[in-house]
Design a protein around this ligand. Structure first.
Ligand SMILES: [Zn+2]
Length: 122
């Protein structure tokens, strides 16, 4: 008669809480279609409240994405979708800027931006 020695009790596998990795899904704000990274352009509202197109995706601020369908860019400036998503009012200037960018989207020929000549009207 031999009793099993109380050796190392089998360690119970601790079930770790499954941590869902947050994958940033980029969704076009106009058509709501999730897009591949390269197909979406980031538009950012900077902490200063300016709305900029951010091709690097690294600018600080609240971002929204638009896919490369021209119709979505059109909607971005003709509907409140983008403005709502950025939680900002799009000024006419911003709309023009976005339209301009969309127009030249396929042929990036802009050598340099006209600069920050936006005169802030009080
Ligand atoms: Zn879209």
């Amino acid at each position: 008669m031999s009793m099993p020695l109380p050796g190392n009790p089998p360690r119970r596998k601790k079930s770790k809480p499954v941590r869902v990795k947050h994958v940033p899904v980029r969704t076009c704000v106009a058509c709501r279609e999730p897009g591949a990274k390269r197909g979406l352009t980031r538009i950012v509202r900077t902490p200063e409240g300016a709305v900029l197109i951010d091709p690097t995706g690294k600018a600080n601020g609240r971002g929204a994405y638009l896919c490369d369908k021209p119709g979505c860019w059109d909607r971005a400036v003709t509907t409140p979708l983008l403005a709502r998503s950025l939680n900002v009012d799009l000024t006419q200037e911003t709309r023009d800027y976005i339209k301009e960018f969309a127009a030249g989207h396929s042929s990036p020929e802009e050598s340099h931006q006209a600069g920050a000549d936006s005169k802030e009207l009080a």
